[in-house]
Design a protein around this ligand. Structure first.
Ligand SMILES: Cc1cc2nc3c(=O)[nH]c(=O)nc-3n(C[C@H](O)[C@H](O)[C@H](O)COP(=O)(O)O)c2cc1C
Length: 367
């Protein structure tokens, strides 16, 4: 019997348990993307709360290109010293810390006027309505290089690894989806072409960080969006290509943000309290994981240790990441480990966001 609290290894990385904190944008970094005491405290609380591996909220790799306010930055070397001190503190609490890095694109409502927003093709985002400008090959090269440089800086800043954000309708997931990607060149059309930018990015990252540094990706097991979206078979194709190029592990999310036609089919679903609606991407993730050799992390609606241990022992999924439950209760993993396996405090109300910093609504009155 495998257990969620057992120690495992991914390459040279030791994971004290199989539970991860999935990337969660906190809206607490300063205007330039630098750490604040408040944001550091969030990560210290998580590390002290027992989760084995923490992925930071997404960090922007090009100055001025950020889909949301209060994100961390990693766009120049000025970040390296502060991240060194930060990662040392988190690691001293016994958790791994991985930085998620991103080019955002049209999934944004943050100061969209007056800045150039790139996309695979000039089609409107179904939720945000932004129409990006179609990227030239030069723009593609800029993003690939910026992600690679971001990864190099994250390594220099002491992070245990990086995660390339390729999910949730941000740029790289748009390249994978036929709706957003209408390109006629070698970056559009077949899934081989649609995944080219991601494969090139992984190759560029590997050149900067070497073959052994942990490099993860977050991508969709499918978009649940019929012919507009990435299918399970296509996701498997991409995962295999990434495996060939040395990805260290894949976190599978999913869904689309065509909220008008597909309500509650996004990555952050409400109404997941019953066991049957929990772990909502696990089945499709397992279908893909059966064909992979790299570790697979499942995200989306995980809420109970019993269900996680069942998935762990009946599928090739080896790890589970959580956002909302840990957002509300950073100590959840310690609580479970100490034998109190009662329900999470989070009820998936999806009111995690606030303009003054994303803290759980249950904690806002006391701020
Ligand atoms: C407040 C908030 C911020 C988030 N920020 C990010 C992020 O920066 N990067 C990312 O990949 N996903 C982000 N997500 C999505 C989560 O990582 C996760 O995929 C999703 O919430 C489903 O997992 P859960 O059911 O455990 O919450 C965010 C979710 C929430 C609620």
């Amino acid at each position: 019997m495998k257990q969620i609290f057992e120690e495992t290894h991914i390459g040279g990385l030791t994971l004290k348990n199989r539970l991860w904190r999935s990337a969660t944008w906190m809206n607490m970094a300063d205007a330039k993307g630098h750490l604040t005491d408040r944001l550091e405290q969030v990560y210290l609380d998580l590390a002290r709360g027992g989760v084995g591996t923490i992925i930071t909220g997404y960090a922007f790799v090009l100055e001025g290109e950020q889909p949301n306010p209060g994100m961390l930055g990693i766009y120049d070397d000025s970040f390296i010293p502060e991240y060194r001190t930060f990662t040392e503190k988190i690691k001293a609490e016994g958790a791994n810390i991985i930085m998620q890095i991103i080019y955002g694109g049209s999934a944004t409502d943050f100061k969209p006027e007056g800045r150039e927003i790139w996309g695979p093709s000039a089609v409107p985002h179904p939720l945000f309505k932004i129409v990006p400008s179609e990227m030239t090959k030069g723009n593609i090269g800029t993003v690939v290089e910026a992600i690679a440089q971001g990864a190099k800086r994250a390594k220099a800043g002491g992070f245990d690894g990086v995660q390339i954000h390729s999910a949730h309708t941000y740029l790289f997931s748009q390249f994978l989806s036929p709706y957003y990607n209408r390109r006629q060149d070698e970056y559009g059309g077949s899934i081989e072409n649609r995944s080219r930018i991601i494969c090139e990015t992984l190759e560029a990252v590997r050149k900067e960080v070497g073959p052994d540094y942990p490099v993860f990706i977050k991508m969709h097991c499918c978009d649940d969006w019929e012919e507009n979206g990435l299918s399970v078979e296509e996701s498997l194709f991409v995962a295999k290509e990434l495996e060939k190029r040395g990805i260290s592990g894949i976190e599978f999310s999913g869904g689309n943000l065509d909220v008008h036609n597909y309500p509650n089919a996004g990555p952050i679903r409400g109404g997941i309290l019953k066991p049957s609606s929990q772990s909502y991407f696990a089945e499709k993730t397992a279908q893909i994981a059966r064909h992979l050799n790299v570790p697979v992390i499942s995200v989306g609606g995980h809420r109970t240790p019993e269900k996680l241990e069942h998935i762990l022992n009946t599928t090739p999924i080896g790890y589970f990441s959580m956002a909302r439950t840990l957002h509300s209760e950073p100590n959840l993993v310690n609580r479970w480990r100490q034998g109190d396996q009662g329900k999470p405090r989070c009820v998936a109300c999806n009111k995690c966001w606030d303009k003054d910093g994303n803290i759980c609504i249950l904690d806002r009155a006391s701020r």
